[in-house]
Ligand binder design. Sequence first.
Ligand code: BMA
Length: 339
Amino acid sequence: MSNVKMFCDALPNIPWQEKPADVTAPVWRYSENPVIDRNPVEGVARIFNSAVVPYEGKFIGVFRGEQVNGIPYIYLGRSEDGIHWTFDKDKIPFVNEKGEPFMPVYAYDPRLVKVEDTYYIIWCQDFYGASIGIAKTTDFKTFVRIENPFIPFNRNAVLFPRKINGMYTLLSRPSDSGHTPFGDIFLSQSPDMEFWGRHRHVMSKGSNWWESVKIGGGAAPIETSEGWLLFYHGVTGTCNGFVYSIGGAILDKDEPSKVLYRCGNFLLTPEKWYEERGFVPNVCFPCATLQDADTGRIALYYGCADSYVGLAFTTVDEVVDYIKTHDNAGPTDHEVGIR
Ligand code: BMA
């Protein structure tokens, strides 16, 4: 097996479980999944599609909470071990740049990414149609919304954890306003997190059967000696509706719109009761990873059936090897993505 380096901090307290002897797949589930069950806090029926980071020796996260009135919002959660979580009862109190309350109409599928000294929350919200919202915080007490990066419609965005060639870099999936029956991953850059441009195509849907309908960024890419390791979601259609699986790709370090390797096989697909059964059956929706530079361990957080949060594990050596061995990147993947 290769010896791939991750350019990130050591995280000795990363949640972890060794790979069970009977698992042959490159990613394995936590035996006690789901880690967040239904009705986790008063007024919230389900938490799923959520993102976490290490913080002050513990863990903190932004969680998609479906309120009992059906409207999704983002809630803050804290954990000592990355597995057992407690949540604030109130929604994250977003403010505008003057410090005045500025709550989105609704908010879902949050990502949480630290770039330099600032934590950015990126989510899907209403902006005269589904679009991307961003807020920043340095202390998890004040959450300041900044300019929306894109006009509608776009329902899925993920920020890289550092500037690339001096530019903030965001993956997103332009779409229509609803449960889009199409979609590719694009990349956009910004010098200041306000003005976005240099748009590039990254990957198309459709090259593999399990991701034939649409794809979207998942966890913030992890910088490795092989390139940016991206866990993303891929959707296929069946006579009974969509199925969301987790895929893996490796993007060029300096020009991440170029896909170096793209796994022809899914890394994880709905198989367990909590992935197959729920508010929306057959959904595995990755939103975050934790990683430890010293051991190469990766813990992957994913939404399950729009009802629960699950945790899965791999190592950077194992997953990169698997992606490279099963590479099925096509010609449009390898392009810079300008036409
Ligand atoms: C997508 C998003 C996700 C959701 C998924 C499956 O379009 O809305 O929030 O998990 O559909 O319902």
